[in-house]
Design a protein around this ligand. Structure first.
Ligand code: CTP
Ligand code: CA
Length: 235
């Protein structure tokens, strides 16, 4: 793919984007999942390709019609579970300049997945869940390649403990990624909608910018902020 238009500021850069939502199996027919469609991640991959990057998209259960928004030349690695996503991201990231973790990765998975379909036995039942590896955190503490730029995403709602920005600031500091892209969710915002609104924080939790628009417009705003960090790191 040849970068067209004014921006070719990712030419020669290798970019990994994870998108979609992981599925953690309970048995051959059931899984624990989430509402992420992968549209924002696909838009980030598309925007990076438009800017000249060589892009790998690690796609967790992203529907075919959503993947159809990708330009030719983007390498798609389909995954299902968080463990598969972790392996695929780390493999692709071994020669990447930037990793963007836009996927919604399960925090917990069922302790075991049954080989045969689980049967109803009446009354109530209990699932034992175990914590998954935090892929983003691990990219920061154990980077597959020295000096690569790591970008996290956080879908946040406000609650009794604080508003969206309070939670986002704390998460930015906790995660240690170079940038954290925050989008407010709930009440018809975020999941499955064509548009998005974001605020981008640095590692210290300070706000760098806010933007709203189509997912492709928002994606370009994210790259506008990521590119200078990549250029500084590579210099
Ligand atoms: N993430 C990850 N691996 C996980 C969980 C999350 O890589 N097992 C990444 C997501 O891809 C995202 C970022 O971490 O880039 C933030 O995810 P989020 O769910 O908002 O943060 P958590 O630390 O899991 O906190 P919580 O769910 O408790 O808000
Ligand atoms: Ca989480």
């Amino acid at each position: 793919l040849v970068a067209t238009g004014a921006r070719a500021d990712l030419a020669g850069r290798r970019v990994v984007v994870s998108a979609g939502g992981t599925r953690e199996p309970l048995d051959p027919v059931r899984f624990l999942g989430n509402r992420s469609t992968g549209r924002q991640g696909v838009a980030l991959a598309r925007a990076a390709a438009e800017r000249g990057a060589q892009v790998t998209l690690v796609a967790a259960s992203v529907a075919t019609d959503v993947l159809a928004g990708l330009p030719v030349g983007v390498d798609v690695v389909p995954v299902e579970t968080g463990a598969e996503l972790r392996t695929a991201v780390r493999t692709a990231a071994s020669d990447a300049d930037v990793v963007v973790m836009a996927a919604a990765v399960a925090d917990y998975r069922p302790q075991s997945a049954a080989d045969a379909k689980l049967k109803k036995s009446g009354g109530s039942t209990t699932l034992t869940l175990v914590e998954t590896v935090d892929v983003l955190r691990e990219l920061v503490t154990d980077p597959p390649r020295d000096g690569q730029v790591v970008v996290g995403f956080a879908a946040e709602t406000g609650d009794a403990d604080g508003d969206v920005l309070d939670h986002a600031r704390a998460k930015a500091r906790r995660k240690g990624a170079d940038l954290l892209v925050v989008n407010p969710v709930g009440a018809g915002r975020g999941f499955g909608t064509p548009t998005n609104e974001i605020t981008v924080l640095d590692r210290a939790g300070d706000v760098l910018a806010s933007a709203a628009g189509t997912k492709l417009e928002v994606a370009h705003t994210v790259w506008d902020l990521v590119v200078p960090v990549v250029d500084t790191r590579a210099a």
